[in-house]
Design a protein around this ligand. Structure first.
Ligand SMILES: NC(=O)c1ccc[n+]([C@@H]2O[C@H](COP(=O)([O-])OP(=O)(O)OC[C@H]3O[C@@H](n4cnc5c(N)ncnc54)[C@H](O)[C@@H]3O)[C@@H](O)[C@H]2O)c1
Length: 331
């Protein structure tokens, strides 16, 4: 068995560049090929990383040296490209969101299972040292039993504007899904049950279209979740808030944690965590490669992340129905 995984990038835009930079620092992975419908972009990335460049999916999937693909394309393409890659015998690391519906997640899981291939989702927050430290401290009972967790993620995300640096498809409902839920939400709804190691059973969500920036979709959601272990978490998100925020408070029976803009305190005292968020991408890709090479199951496996996608779907329906929704309704 080879000790290096040769990967092909599907999509060579913003996040694919981060993947390729991280791969350059890893020993067990190399970029063998890059594919993008924008041929010039694919060629430039291929030249930079010493990889073959393709403009068609069939061509990269037909490249026998490519053992795995990283799907780094707009959201609505994730399901078809993942299924096609699995059917071509490739392992798949797909960027978040895994897909735009739980039904599509199931298709992806089934295709990879049938082909005997690894399916992992780019839940990079799980690989940030600080998030691993928070999860570990909760598991070790550092603050006792966690009863309450509140998290906010607010930003002003005007994708497609000349200054944002992000392409306009993020605001296209058909391609990107509801932006606040399917662009930022996959990180947020994933990290809460992951921290607590307890799935969400019930969701009550309300959303508003606070501005007209996102045509035909709500731009802000607040969701209350009840976890299987009885803990309650509240997630509040907006993509139209100029005053940004990224913070959380975790309240336990023996103490509490606060985690604001990268600074962690436990019972009011600062805790130093070694390593930076910038290491997350490399750690994530290293784990994917190890799993492909050994047959182990990644932490952010398709099955694991399917739960987060079911919670998002439940939140969407809860906001539409203005009523609590059981996550089990979505499998
Ligand atoms: N993990 C993170 O923190 C993070 C950050 C940014 C983006 N992302 C995710 O990464 C994915 C890509 O986002 P991005 O910001 O890089 O987008 P992008 O628009 O910068 O890049 C997407 C690329 O896909 C190409 N493309 C479009 N259609 C294609 C097709 N049919 N086949 C092949 N290539 C095609 C485009 O030409 C473009 O180069 C999204 O799922 C996004 O949510 C994750």
């Amino acid at each position: 068995m080879s000790d290096t995984l040769s990967v092909g990038m599907i999509g060579s835009g913003g996040i694919a560049q981060s993947h390729m930079r991280a791969i350059a620092g890893l020993e067990n992975v190399r970029v063998a090929a890059v594919m993008d419908v924008d041929e010039t972009r694919a060629q430039a990335a291929g030249d930079e990383h010493g990889a073959r460049a393709y403009a068609s999916l069939d061509d990269i999937l037909g490249d026998t040296e490519v053992g795995a693909v990283h799907v780094c394309t707009p959201h609505s393409l994730h399901v078809s490209q993942t299924v096609a890659a699995a059917e071509a015998g490739k392992h798949v690391l797909v960027e978040k969101p895994m897909a735009l519906s739980v039904a599509d997640c199931d298709r992806m899981i089934a295709a990879c299972d049938d082909a005997g291939k690894t399916l992992m989702v780019g839940q990079v927050l799980r690989y940030y040292p600080i998030n691993r430290a928070v999860k570990q401290m909760i598991a070790e009972g550092r603050i006792g039993n966690v009863g309450h967790l509140i998290r906010r993620r607010y930003s002003y995300f005007d994708a497609g504007s000349p200054t944002s640096g992000y392409p306009g498809w993020y605001r296209d409902l058909e391609v990107g899904g509801i932006c606040v839920l399917y662009c930022f939400g996959p990180h947020e709804y994933d990290i809460l049950p992951w921290y607590l190691d307890s799935p969400v059973v019930e969701v009550y969500s309300r959303g508003t279209a606070s501005t007209t920036l996102y045509e035909g979709q709500k731009d802000s959601y607040t969701t209350m979740m009840t976890h299987e272990n009885g803990a309650v978490s509240v997630l509040s998100q907006s993509v139209v808030c100029h005053a940004g925020a990224g913070d959380q408070f975790i309240v336990g029976s023996e103490g509490s944690m606060r985690f604001t803009n990268g600074e962690l305190t436990v019972n009011g005292e600062a805790v130093d965590v070694e390593g930076s968020a910038g290491e997350g991408m490399g750690r994530q890709i290293r784990e994917f490669a190890e799993c492909c090479l050994t047959g182990a199951t990644p932490d952010a496996s398709g099955r694991s992340v399917r739960h987060s996608m079911a919670v998002i779907e439940a939140a969407r329906h809860s906001a539409e129905r203005m009523a609590p929704v059981q996550v089990s309704e979505f499998g």
